[in-house]
Design a protein around this ligand. Structure first.
Ligand code: ZN
Ligand code: ZN
Ligand code: ZN
Length: 459
């Protein structure tokens, strides 16, 4: 046993425990979560009239007298199994808003629906991929003596891509403040689209909600230049939401017109600062509006849902824009980020010290470069919720304490600790790997079945 590592010895100790089978079942139920939460407590279900105990669950009967549940972290770098589940939930959440399902009626697929991408404006020239990068015949240098052009063809893996041509010319305060106001820019955008729709059909703006309802789900993504851009599904329903048909004037073309007109008009003014002044923030000139048609001519709805779901598993750290944890001034030098991102984090820290920007909490959000929104945001009527999807899954597993009529359930739960011992982490990782392999095999089998269908090859 002496040659074995600490981790291996720990894993063997767990596997030899008489309660190992039950322990493994718990870990499998968490999907092999890398950082499970451990709880102690009990749930008792009684018959209201007779007082008879119909069901009782107590962690005193479990290995280690505790129950392990998922950490539910959305980031792959923190917990791969939970992030996969979160991505799957996001996929279903977005898809239900596009095609129906999960309590959303299938008629939503015939509503005016758009896939909209909004970007940040330019805060200074950066190196880019594709064709020749910023060619300039006349050469020339900026006030800091750096070349104004580049002329190279950068591969997408080139570390220069997204970095400014001159870090001293780049408007870091505007970039950080734009991130800090991105949520507000989005809110103003949604209000603006509603207003434009109302006035385009001669409705008083205050009456819009009597006639139609605008729903959306949006996801934020960091670009190479470390600026967030936004992908959103926008849908127009009747005043009652998903169950209600929009009025005759509510067409995809009119909705698209209103989006086009509004993107250019949205303006958010930063609080006055003696050091920075007052900045007028807007969306970038580059934006994209695509109608999602139900006749199969536009982008595929499933592809759109998958595209959105992909982004929610990425943390700021994984995309190379920022870090996954909070930082302080002393961390900036050692952080494994590009000089551009480091400058942005430092700018957030500096601006965060100014009293006029205190409400923006730029220091607490320096690691995400000032952006403090959620990665996924949706309006209430868009579709189902993460909580409903989790409850449905729990119901499928048979662990959900259904409140049957005539019964009462009494539950007492307490958090005890979280995480795995080294051996348990090793075993959980292999459970997660096995589950992932099973899923992949099932997917391939399904795909093989599809291709055997007559006519499938003509699609
Ligand atoms: Zn987890
Ligand atoms: Zn370049
Ligand atoms: Zn310069």
């Amino acid at each position: 046993m002496r040659q074995l590592s600490e981790t291996d010895r720990d894993a063997i100790r767990i596997a030899q425990d008489p309660a190992y089978a039950r322990w493994l079942a718990q870990i499998t139920a968490t999907g092999g979560c890398a950082h499970p939460i451990h709880l102690t407590g009990s749930t008792t279900t009684r018959d209201v009239t007779t007082g008879e105990i119909l069901h009782r669950y107590d962690t005193r009967d479990e290995p280690g007298e505790r129950l392990s549940v998922r950490c539910r972290n959305r980031r792959t770098t923190v917990c791969a199994p939970c992030s996969r589940l979160h991505a799957a939930d996001t996929f279903h959440l977005i898809r239900a808003g596009l095609l129906g399902g999960k309590t959303v009626p299938a008629t939503v697929r015939n509503r005016p629906r758009l896939f909209v991408t909004l970007t940040a404006p330019s805060f200074g020239p950066v190196h880019h991929t594709g064709d020749r990068c910023r060619p300039r015949r006349d050469g020339g240098t900026c006030g800091h003596g750096r070349r104004l052009g580049c002329g190279a063809i950068h591969a997408s893996t080139d570390l220069l891509v997204g970095q400014p041509l001159c870090g001293d010319c780049y408007d870091y305060p505007a970039h950080a403040l734009w991130h800090a106001h991105a949520g507000k820019l989005w809110d103003r955008f949604v209000i603006g689209v509603r207003r434009h729709l109302a006035s385009s059909v001669g409705l008083a703006q205050s009456r819009f909600s009597d006639h139609a309802r605008l729903s959306f789900a949006r996801v934020a993504e960091y670009q190479k230049r470390a600026a967030v851009h936004v992908h959103a599904v926008v849908r127009l329903d009747g005043p009652g939401g998903p169950d209600d048909e929009p009025p005759a004037w509510g067409t995809a073309a009119r909705l698209a017109d209103s989006v086009h007109a509004t993107v250019r008009r949205v303006l958010v003014c930063t609080p006055y600062s003696p050091a920075i002044g007052e900045l007028d923030l807007c969306w970038g000139q580059q934006f994209d509006v695509r109608p999602l048609s139900s006749d199969g001519t536009g982008p595929d709805d499933d592809a759109v849902a998958a595209y959105v779901a992909k982004y929610v598993t990425k943390g700021a750290g994984e995309t190379g824009a920022g870090l996954d944890h909070q930082v302080t001034w002393d961390d900036f030098d050692a952080a494994t980020v590009t000089p551009h991102v480091r400058s942005l984090m430092r700018t957030c820290w500096r601006l965060g010290g100014l009293p006029e920007y205190a409400p923006l909490r730029l220091r607490a959000w320096a690691h995400t470069l000032g952006y403090r929104g959620h990665i996924l945001t949706k309006s209430r009527a868009y579709s189902t919720t993460y909580a409903a999807l989790r409850a449905e899954r729990a119901g499928h597993r048979g662990t959900h304490a259904d409140s049957l009529p005539g019964t009462v359930t009494d539950a007492h739960w307490r958090y005890t600790s979280s995480g795995h011992s080294p051996g348990a982490a090793l075993l959980a990782a292999s459970v997660a790997e096995e589950l992932a392999t099973n899923r992949e095999v099932a997917r391939l089998e399904l795909a093989a079945g599809e291709s055997e269908r007559p006519g499938a090859s003509f699609k």
